[in-house]
Design a protein around this ligand. Structure first.
Ligand SMILES: Cc1cc2nc3c(=O)[nH]c(=O)nc-3n(C[C@H](O)[C@H](O)[C@H](O)COP(=O)(O)O)c2cc1C
Ligand code: SF4
Ligand code: SF4
Length: 241
């Protein structure tokens, strides 16, 4: 959201949350300029993003400058290539591809890092975002993703199949420090959480695994198995919900 907001602020465009299109059958694009900004999950795209792309239709005669910016903790693998393929199947040409390294919020595996490390990553990200905005402003064409990582062709199908078959909610649990504020239910893009007796219950078997509930909980009451204990929590300080 921060990256999308920065791009729109400088270029004077608007930002729409793709959650707003969840109940639509199709999304008609008639603008000359459109970008998708999304996080990388397991060297691929979050399920909500692939669902959105599958709904895109171009208005007759519309040939937009279409770009994708993926944020990642380290590397995107071939996630953008998969995105380009999804669009190509619908006759839409991706004009430009970019990526930005941000703090890695996958605390099921990694520690979030110290405040200094996060500050350092965000400062470096701002430099990358400025460069990307310059390229978008000039309608640059091509693959400008500089964070593809090691062996992307080999690793992408292996990692992404783990995400597609995983995303299980049965590993979520809430501790006694929960104050029943309801924020987790409110922000869940998969509508997978219901507050019952002032505590969250995961009501779907699978979710997007965005970890938004876990990171945004004001009292850090949400865990995803023991693996997320003592790994820290993070959300972008410039994004208000
Ligand atoms: C389920 C999940 C999977 C992730 N997979 C990757 C990955 O394959 N490569 C990577 O560099 N970062 C990965 N990350 C880190 C995120 O891409 C990165 O922190 C991103 O900036 C998060 O954006 P957000 O704050 O909009 O959720 C993953 C994060 C999550 C929650
Ligand atoms: S956000 Fe945290 S404190 Fe609020 S209801 Fe959910 S788990 Fe409880
Ligand atoms: S990780 Fe939490 S907020 Fe994100 S989709 Fe799953 S249940 Fe919802």
């Amino acid at each position: 959201m921060y990256v999308a907001n920065q791009i729109s602020k400088v270029l004077g465009t608007s930002v729409t949350n793709i959650e707003d299109f969840k109940d639509k059958d199709h999304v008609l694009i008639s603008t000359e300029f459109i970008g998708i900004v999304a996080p990388t999950y397991f060297y691929g795209l979050p399920t909500i993003v692939t669902e959105f792309i599958s709904k895109i239709q171009l208005k007759d005669g519309c040939k937009p400058y279409m770009f994708v910016v993926l944020t990642c903790g380290l590397a995107t693998g071939n996630a953008i290539r998969a995105c380009a393929k999804l669009m190509q199947d619908k006759g839409i040409k991706l004009s430009a591809q970019y990526s930005v390294v941000m703090p890695d919020n996958y605390v099921i595996l990694y520690h979030i890092g110290s405040d200094e490390e996060i500050k350092d990553k965000l400062e470096k990200a701002d430099i990358e975002i400025d460069r990307i905005i310059g390229n978008i402003r000039n309608r640059a064409i091509g693959d400008m993703n500089v964070h593809r990582g090691m062996f992307p062709a080999l690793m992408t199908p292996i990692l992404y199949s783990m995400y597609k078959g995983g995303r299980k909610t049965n590993k979520f649990y809430v501790t006694e420090v929960c104050i029943g504020c309801g924020l987790c239910e409110k922000i869940c893009p998969a509508k997978a959480i219901k507050i019952t007796d002032e505590k969250p219950i995961w009501v779907k078997d699978q979710c997007i695994l965005c970890l938004g509930c876990l990171h945004r909980c004001p009292v850090e009451a949400i865990q995803y198995s023991k693996k997320t204990e003592k790994k820290g929590r993070y959300f972008n300080p410039n994004v208000k919900i």
